[in-house]
Design a protein around this ligand. Structure first.
Ligand SMILES: [Zn+2]
Length: 271
C-alpha cells in the first residue's frame, strides 16, 4: 500500500511536468513531495514507533470509571487523597454532615484537589432518614448548607444511606427531585465495609470486567476508611493498566440510580 502511494506520487510528478496546467506547479510539487515523504517515512518506521502510535490511538478510546467514597471525611481521607493524586485520579465524596463539621479543613482539601463533593445526609440511620419525605429532605438540605458554608459549593449530588432501594419510594424521589437533588447509586459494590485486606479490590475488578463486557460505565461504591485506603493503589493500578479514565461526577452528569420496580416500600409500612 505504502509503495503504491509512492508510485502514484512519482507518476503524478511525471504527469505534472509532462502536462503543465493552470495549477500552481510549486504548490503541487510540494504536496506530492509531502505525500512521497510520508510514504517513505511510514515505510522505514521501526516497529516500536508503530506500536507507540497504536497505543496512542488506544488511549483516545479510554473508558470512564467513577470512583465514589461514602461516609467521610474521616482520618483516612488525606491518605486517599494522596493516593488519588499519585495516580492522577479523580473521585466523588458523598459526605456526612457531622463529619464535615468535624473536619472542615479536610472537606476543603477534597475540593482543592479537584474532586467532586456530594451529600450523604446527617444521621445515616435508616429509621430516621427514611421515616418521612420531610426527614430525608431535611437531612440533605442540612448537609448541603454545611458543605456550602465550608466550601462555597452548592452540591445537589446525593447518595442516600445504604442506597435508594428499598426505602426511597417514588414519593421520596419526587420530593428530593423537586428540590433539585440528584440521587446517585452505584453499579459496583466493593463491600469494602465487610471485606478485609485487599479482598474488596478483587470484588471490584470482577464486577468491572463484567460491566466492561456489557460496555457499561462502572460507578464504584467505596467507603472513606483506612482499609480501603490501604489497598486503593492496587485498584488504581488495575484501572490505569486497563485504560480506564477516572472522572468525577458533575452536577450535569446523567445520574444513575436503582430503579424501584416492585422493590420499594415505605419504612413505616414494613412491619
Ligand atoms: Zn454510607
Amino acid at each position: 500500500m505504502k509503495k503504491l502511494i509512492l508510485l502514484i506520487s512519482l507518476s503524478c510528478l511525471v504527469i505534472l511536468y509532462a502536462f503543465p496546467s493552470e495549477i500552481d506547479r510549486n504548490q503541487m510539487e510540494s504536496r506530492i513531495n509531502n505525500l512521497a515523504i510520508t510514504a517513505l517515512n511510514t515505510e522505514s518506521e521501526p516497529d516500536n514507533q508503530t506500536s507507540e502510535k497504536l497505543n496512542h490511538s488506544q488511549e483516545k478510546a479510554e473508558k470512564t470509571v467513577y470512583l465514589t467514597f461514602d461516609d467521610g471525611p474521616t482520618s483516612a481521607t488525606s491518605e486517599i487523597l494522596d493516593i488519588l493524586h499519585q495516580f492522577n485520579a479523580t473521585a466523588t465524596f458523598f459526605m456526612l454532615e457531622p463529619a464535615m463539621k468535624e473536619s472542615p479543613e479536610v472537606v476543603k482539601q477534597i475540593v482543592e484537589k479537584g474532586h467532586a463533593v456530594g451529600l450523604h445526609g446527617v444521621t445515616h440511620e435508616v429509621n430516621h432518614f427514611y421515616k418521612s419525605e420531610q426527614a430525608a429532605l431535611e437531612e440533605m438540605t442540612a448537609s448541603q448548607k454545611t458543605l456550602q458554608e465550608i466550601t462555597g459549593i452548592q452540591s445537589n449530588l446525593i447518595r442516600t444511606p445504604y442506597g435508594s432501594v428499598p426505602y426511597l419510594t417514588e414519593s421520596f424521589r419526587e420530593v428530593l427531585d423537586n428540590n433539585g437533588f440528584k440521587v446517585w447509586d452505584w453499579n459496583v459494590d466493593s463491600s469494602d465495609w465487610s471485606l478485609s485486606d485487599e479482598e474488596y479490590v478483587d470484588r471490584v475488578i470482577g464486577q468491572i470486567e463484567k460491566l466492561d463486557n456489557e460496555e457499561v460505565t462502572p460507578i464504584i461504591l467505596m467507603h472513606d476508611k483506612q482499609n480501603t485506603a490501604d489497598h486503593l493503589s492496587i485498584l488504581l493500578t488495575y484501572l490505569s493498566e486497563h485504560r480506564f479514565q477516572t472522572r468525577k461526577i458533575e452536577e450535569d452528569t446523567k445520574s444513575y440510580n436503582f430503579n424501584c420496580y416492585q422493590r420499594c416500600y415505605r419504612l413505616s409500612t414494613q412491619k
